[in-house]
Design a protein around this ligand. Structure first.
Ligand SMILES: N[C@@H](CCC(=O)N[C@@H](CS)C(=O)NCC(=O)O)C(=O)O
Length: 286
């Protein structure tokens, strides 16, 4: 989706040339986009946005994307938002690599529906991440940050929804059991379908890698890191392990060694010992 120029308050970006990606290392939506760019060999200027420091809620960033989320792609001064739309756009740019999108209508319809489902689960992904992968006391946003996020930037109803989600999170001191159960139920349903699709094929679209493998891998990876027992979906688990063998998939989801290999395993391990893990929510639902 292209942001109308009337909504771009941070005018400097309109003179940027080439491809610039504003993104965050651990953001799943950013990982999807970086992964496709790496697979397609597309060079870009990287502009990291520090989510932990709430850089995405500051006037400079809200003047580019008034919703205040990453990623944003700026191509020759034009601002693109929504990760799945960015994937579609990037795939159409000149590249020596094959397209990750199908050309026949039946497959196009499948990709569109599956990407829409993946996008619709984004709140569930946040619930899983903030509820089980990271401690709430590290991610809760202050009243001051939320008030700034709410008022800066061009008018944008989606920004108000983001702010509301984080206000509820602060008020409940984390995600509620009902939110966790709903998110888990949504992912069990989605993963069960993907698992069936993979019963007699290696990749989600059949015999070749596509944008669906990229998008769903990122979700699966986040759920696994948060403690979801993916082995309950045998075909999906085998597919996930096949993709993990690809350098690009590993590299774009690696994150910092401290967080990925120490902090998150320690935190999820402690939750498991306390009987408060994501795996427990999954078990209790089945
Ligand atoms: N539908 C949007 C969702 C973007 C989104 O929610 N991004 C997250 C990171 S994956 C974000 O910026 N979160 C910041 C926050 O909630 O504080 C997309 O696909 O680009």
């Amino acid at each position: 989706m292209i942001v109308p120029s009337s909504d771009i308050l941070t005018q400097e970006v309109t003179s940027w040339t080439g491809l610039t990606l504003l993104h965050a290392e651990m953001s799943s939506c950013s990982q999807k986009v970086r992964l496709l760019m790496r697979e397609k060999g597309l060079d870009y200027i990287s502009r990291p946005i520090d989510l932990a420091a709430n850089e995405h809620t500051k006037p400079w960033y809200l003047g580019i994307n008034a919703r205040g989320v990453v990623p944003v792609l700026v191509h020759d001064g034009v601002v693109h938002i929504e990760s799945n739309d960015i994937l579609t756009y990037l795939d159409g740019l000149p590249s020596s690599a094959a397209s990750f999108f199908p050309t026949n209508e039946a497959e196009q319809a499948r990709v569109e529906a599956s990407l829409a489902l993946e996008d619709s689960l984004h709140t569930a992904l946040r619930v899983v991440t903030m509820g089980f992968m990271l401690p709430a006391r590290l991610t809760t946003k202050s009243d001051e940050v939320l008030a700034r996020w709410e008022k800066e930037g061009a008018t944008n109803p989606n920004r108000l929804k983001e702010v509301k989600w984080w206000r509820d999170f602060a008020e409940h001191k984390g995600v509620t059991p009902a939110q966790a159960q709903q998110a888990v139920a949504q992912y069990i349903a989605a993963f069960t379908t993907l698992d069936e699709e993979l019963a007699d094929q290696d990749w989600l679209l059949g015999d070749r890698l596509s944008v669906l493998d990229i998008a769903w891998f990122i979700s699966a990876h986040r759920l696994v890191a948060s403690g979801y027992p993916l082995h309950r979906h045998a075909n999906l688990n085998a597919w996930y392990k096949r993709l993990l063998k690809r350098g690009s998939f590993r590299q774009e989801t690696a994150g910092s060694a401290f967080i990925t290999h120490f902090f998150v395993p320690l935190y999820t391990g402690i939750r498991r010992l306390l009987g408060a893990s994501l795996g427990k929510v999954v078990r209790d639902m089945r």
